[in-house]
Design a protein around this ligand. Sequence first.
Ligand SMILES: O=C(O)CCC(=O)C(=O)O
Ligand SMILES: [Fe+2]
Length: 369
Amino acid sequence: MAASDQLQLGEEEFPNVAHIAARVEIYPTLHPRFVVPEDERFDRSSYQIISELQPPVIDLSLMSSSTAKDRAYIEKIVADGCRDDGFFQVINHGVPMELIKKLETFGYKFFSSSVEEKERFDLGFYSGYEGRHKHFSNPAPWAETFNVQISPFSNIDGLATLVPPTDTQSFRSLLLDCDSAMRDLGNRLLKLLEKTLSLKEGTYVQHFQKYTAALQIHHYPPCWHPSFALGAGPHADPSCLTILYQDSVGGLQVEKGEGKWVQINPVPDAFVINLGDIFQAWSNGLYKSSKHRVVLDPHKSRYSIGYFYSPQFEIPICVPNELVHADNPPKYRPFTCAEYYAFRGRRRQINRWENDLENFAGKDKISHC
Ligand SMILES: O=C(O)CCC(=O)C(=O)O
Ligand SMILES: [Fe+2]
């Protein structure tokens, strides 16, 4: 083993995934850190893409159509998707794709640098680069992530000091421009969700003047035993809304009924939108936050970019009165985003499905606030 391998591995218990992924000749069998229990593995041989279960692809420009029929059509498709599993895709969404491509290019360059270089950007728990997943128990995700915290805590200045001085300004501007474009899309989607639930305009969006947001660039290296590991284990997002760009490789799957996984086919220039646990709670369970996971490719790297959007950190999530009635009694106790994010962050088995929202807020269903 070369000296650099020994140096890189350092803590054998928490190997860097990029380091392991680059050394198939040294690790011909998968490192135990990443091996998923047998009943949770992805069976590639029996896999088929079930096209009729694909989440809908929605042309968001129709939201401002002068034809009421177009607008009603969009609202219906979104409402059906949200009731079903909380996943849909959007095109013509108004976010300039140049921004996303620039971020993706940053990701390619960053993730192709050495482990030492990348780990200079490791600013600790969920901040900056993450390749060892020290807060995960086994199995660790076969992924490395560049975590940008935006609000209410920002690590953008901290990260900017680590890029070459000539790039500092463009790096900061890129992240801030992405935040503003994704946030704008997030607000338009929230207004659409308000309409589909027949709520007054602003019911949700008024709680996003101050907001909670993070951006993550993920790299899933090729995995030579793709059925034995997962890029992301089954989980539901803690956020209110997630806006996700995925490249053309594919691998994101959503659970449609117990144990039945459907791949969300990449659509060029589209975003996958999924509702997170906060929205499920905020809609009193009418709209779903669904379990999803990422499977791996034996030959190709996959990249994705997620924007996780939630309301003001410290306000209680209070279900609108209109959504609580005899047929739909309160399902969750009120809680703040800060409390829920802290709960999810404390979980050691963060890459595993543990029905978090139910466990956190579904037990004593006191009335809404
Ligand atoms: O990379 C993906 O497609 C999804 C990642 C994901 O589920 C997440 O970051 O929460
Ligand atoms: Fe997710």
